[in-house]
Design a protein around this ligand. Structure first.
Ligand code: ADP
Ligand code: 5GP
Length: 187
């Protein structure tokens, strides 16, 4: 049976870097593509990073009970995991990797229990998180402040996760995450 590996982290902690590394590390895993009603950024393509829906389409799917979890992060901006996505990857006999926010992660874990591993990626400190967001160069100063404010709130959920990994040295983190995954998938 497919297992679920869920990654959550404050924005800028290195979650995408780590998930992208794992997807190329030879595990029998596939990324769960979420649905969202936000518009694509940069080179994002429908069906690759996300399934891009209109708020109207998203609400229709909510009404039809097609999500295993979803959230309206701010007005008309929804993110959610479609049941069909889990079905799609399970059918291939692969394990499923999620990149969702902390609340989404906890909701999936509640539903799937021991079939799911909840991994929290934390930055070494809030100061370092700010440095990385500045260096990444994708957010305005105002957005960075918002992300930092939210990060403090999100960090308070770490104790509810199965595993917390502090992403200080990236190479060390990659090895640690690989080792956690190897053990979990063997069980
Ligand atoms: P997230 O997906 O959590 O928002 P990213 O993977 O985009 O975070 O990482 C944020 C920035 O920090 C990127 O520019 C990334 O290259 C960098 N980064 C990731 N891990 C580390 C690390 N251990 N040390 C220094 N920089 C890192
Ligand atoms: P972004 O807009 O930067 O791609 O994502 C914003 C946030 O939404 C990130 O924290 C990401 O983990 C979260 N997210 C992405 N997909 C889902 C989902 O399906 N469900 C939930 N709950 N959060 C999601």
């Amino acid at each position: 049976m497919s297992k679920l590996i869920i990654f959550s982290a404050p924005s800028g902690s290195g979650k995408s870097t780590i998930v992208n590394h794992l997807l190329q590390a030879g595990f029998d895993i596939e990324f769960s593509i979420s649905a969202t009603s936000r518009t694509p950024r940069g080179k994002e393509k429908d069906g690759v990073e996300y399934y891009f829906l209109t708020p109207e389409e998203f609400r229709k799917k909510i009404a039809a009970d097609e999500f295993i979890e979803y959230e309206e992060v701010y007005k008309d901006t929804y993110y959610g995991t479609l049941a069909s996505e889990i079905e799609r990857i399970s059918k291939k006999g692969k394990h499923i990797v999620f990149d969702v926010d902390v609340i989404g992660g906890l909701n999936i874990k509640k539903k799937y229990g021991d079939r799911a591993l909840l991994i929290f990626i934390a930055p070494p400190s809030i100061d370092e998180l700010r440095n990385r967001l500045i260096k990444r160069g994708t957010d305005s100063a105002e957005m960075i402040n918002l992300r930092i404010e939210k990060a403090t709130y999100e960090l308070s959920f770490a104790p509810h996760f199965d595993v917390t990994i502090i992403n200080d040295d990236l190479e060390k983190t990659k090895k640690e995450v690989e080792s956690v995954l190897r053990k979990y998938l063997q069980k």
